[in-house]
Design a protein around this ligand. Sequence first.
Ligand SMILES: [Zn+2]
Length: 256
Amino acid sequence: MHGDHIFGLMGLLASCGLAGNVDRVDIYGPAGLNEYLQACSRYSHTHFSYPVKVHTVRPGVIYEDEEFSVVCGQLNHRVTAYGYRVVEKDRVGRFDVEKAKALEIPPGRVYGQLKRGETVTLNDGRTIQGSELCGPTEIGRKIAYCTDTVFCDGAVELAQDADVLIHEATFAHQDADMAFQRLHSTTTMAAQTALAASTHRLIMTHFSPRYAPGNSLELKDLLLEARAIFPNTDMAYDFMTYEVPRRREVVLSGKC
Ligand SMILES: [Zn+2]
């Protein structure tokens, strides 16, 4: 609930209303968020033209549908702070209809069985394995987002095997004393979290303005510090986008 994380929310919600294409907004956050938004709305005389539902979260699974699940985990900061892990579910490999047709497998119920990876005996006596006709399983991607925390087990847990870990790095390594006092992370803490959790990529964010250009330490130095520990590190910047690549796994048998 620190200001640097919520001051933009009212503006964003107001802009969504002006854009006019919003049916409903669901916001997930810590206790106090609903009261904060209600007060902002009351004193700024801003009323949303669409329903806004605030869900107060606690550690555990906070959202799940057919495509994704989201897990909330406790971090270690001066106020209650949570990190999040978004997990995309694995998707079955694509059934190759063309190949099935080429093999002269008659369409019908058999297709469904083959799609599920079952082995089917056709009327003409041939035995076909479903796995031969399905592409590789698409492994779901995992993203962890941890901000406002000193190095903690909760962050490592959220980031376990993640494709991308977005982690705060408020301070350079030499300012670790300040990081411990204020319960923020250094570049090395962020990198160690990524390393301990066997994540694939680290994107650092939430930098102190003390590393602005012209100072003795600059953002590019922070990047070098982190890369010395975890080479696959990048720095976030405003409006950055990053498409998380999909990892592929070849399925040799069983369900496809
Ligand atoms: Zn912050």
